[in-house]
Design a protein around this ligand. Sequence first.
Ligand code: RIB
Ligand code: CA
Length: 309
Amino acid sequence: MNIIFDCDPGHDDAIALLLLGSNKKFNVLGVTTESGNQTIEKTTRNAINVISYLNLPYKVYKGESKPLYRDAVICDKIHGESGLDGFEFPKYTMKEEKEDAVSFIINAVKSSKEKVTIVTTGPMTNVGKALMVDPSIKSNIEKIVLMGGSIGAGNVTPAAEFNINCDAEAANVCFISGIPIYMMGLDVTRKVLVTDEIVNRISKINNKASEMFSKLMRVFIDNQKKVFHLDGAPLHDPVTIAYLIDPSVVEMKYVNTEIDCAKSSSYGRTNCDIPGYLGKKPNSYVAVEINIEKYFNIIEEAIKSYNFL
Ligand code: RIB
Ligand code: CA
């Protein structure tokens, strides 16, 4: 499976990268970054650090520093000053490629011999812009699997989830493109809370990957408790990769989803018409349930696969 992984590391993005690198079914064409959890400089450095630390053979392409039509926002309350607070990476010499993310996405999709699956775990700016610059790439994109949106309430406004709220226009380009959309929203990601118990379970694996997981998650948990008063940290982004590893980990409904781009308090809302009220053509598979035990077993097995490090 040819994959482009687009992210804004970010604690949960880092674990999604770890999951991606653990499975040989994925042929990763490249990793692209954008601003979101932190500035583009920091998310790009973080992606390079995680890839280098896990010894993954991935190239990194620096993406958009801000949403299509809005100013960049960051989420330092959750992810900290570095965007990956809690773990000290060695000083790596690896640099991002000269080609920017949007150009890479267009060229990689066009030259791929098989259709490409695009996974996004941050704002959808890079992918949305690539589709605007060269709509013809649609024909060689298998699907877009995203962490983002919510059937129910948001997590940055009552209406909207962070990734979509950062750049609703870019998300809208993707959702109306006709490319099959697989949306892993807050409805399922809020159910997979990393707790101290999970961290202790993973720590017992006692390899480099479990050390990174544990140290990052302890900070992620603390910050989520401070900001959202949760009992743990929702491990949002890895749900995308867990789905690709074992689709039975989530239950999905094929519905029409519209992105609210109006300048209102509902900006960035994903209106998932689960009951089919509007009778509009479905355009997205939306996750409505997740098997929590299966999910954390996938995470645990992935971390064990790094015993070679
Ligand atoms: O709303 C959760 C999403 O926003 C996750 O992707 C997290 O990393 C942040 O980007
Ligand atoms: Ca993210």
